[in-house]
Design a protein around this ligand. Sequence first.
Ligand SMILES: *Cc1c(COP(=O)(O)O)cnc(C)c1O
Length: 400
Amino acid sequence: MSSVASEQIPDSAGRFGPYGGRYVPETLVHPLQQLEEEYFRAQQDPEFQQELDYYLREFCGRPTPLYFAQRLTEDLGGAKIYLKREDLLHTGAHKINNAMGQILLAKRMGKTRIIAETGAGQHGVATATVAAMFGLECVVYMGAHDCERQRLNVYRMRMLGAEVVPVEAGQKTLKEAVNEAMRDWVTNVRSTHYILGTAYGAHPYPVMVRNFHRVIGEEARRQIMEQQEQLPDLLVACVGGGSNAIGLFYPFIGDESVSMVGVEAGGEGIVPEKHAARFQGGSLGVLQGTRSYLLQDEDGQIQSTHSVSAGLDYAAVGPEHAWLRDQGRAEYTYATDDKALEAFFKLSKLEGIVPALESSHAVAEVIVRAPHMSSDQIIICNLSGRGDKDVQQVAQKVDL
Ligand SMILES: *Cc1c(COP(=O)(O)O)cnc(C)c1O
């Protein structure tokens, strides 16, 4: 197990064992190399870290509480459940940790223009927010279909001064938005930084995005030691691209007594095109710059996916998760739409906390596991975002 935390992961080419790497057109190789150099230089620079800490604290609202969910714990009758409250961050989710880190890096590199992809709009909103705060031009690519489904977030981004470009290609969703953002980046790389929104894509994105989110796990570790003087027994987080989960997991990787479970979107069940659980029915392939588990057909065509939560609805998973799974260091399961919805209501009613539908997948797994654990054991569940954005969608599905 010690090999998991060894210095060579990822290696200098960004490979986590057979996963990760940099599979891009030639025109993107140089920009990625430059980004890699600048990022690792910034990471070593105490001034950069100080500036990042300042904005995370004063603008984003860190540290977030590690909150003991007493009524949920009593209701489930097992392990003590703690919630890492990323839902309390500015803009309502963990995504701003990464957006803030990358925009500071962009400024340091002298870039004046920011681009991003977004699916449901959460990463787009976080990026538009930090771009507004620093006065940088911002263009967000979003599938035309997603623009229609998430009109409010389109409006929010435009309010913040961003240009939102609907992408009409293909299925008109996240995958096509990423393609458009990469195309823009190639053309405008001298002025432009591409803020990718999850622990995915070509090296150095997976390792860089993970490092901008590891503050989640670092805080949680310190907080649980202060509150309980013991390490947690289990960490639970939902996995879309994998950024909130790896942010929580990473600082605990060396603690062998701490188990970790990532929860993917089981949608309507594990049937092709009805879910987004890449570790159930996915296979190894290359998509959008990296090698990982994908939902693809026999010809390597990317399958369409489904989840009630837009943030988990993507055909590929971050390479570090594939690696942790191979090592047996983390395990991966899924929650269906129905179970996520049940968890959404349960947490709302028992704790007065409305979780994002994405985070509700993690809560659903806590509901499964906590009753089988003893009362001196501890679960930390990452509440990656708040559910305000989902209320309208849930109201259409469930009558109260
Ligand atoms: C985007 C999003 C996710 C999924 O992304 P990861 O990179 O897997 O963390 C999860 N929760 C919320 C609230 C999100 O907005």
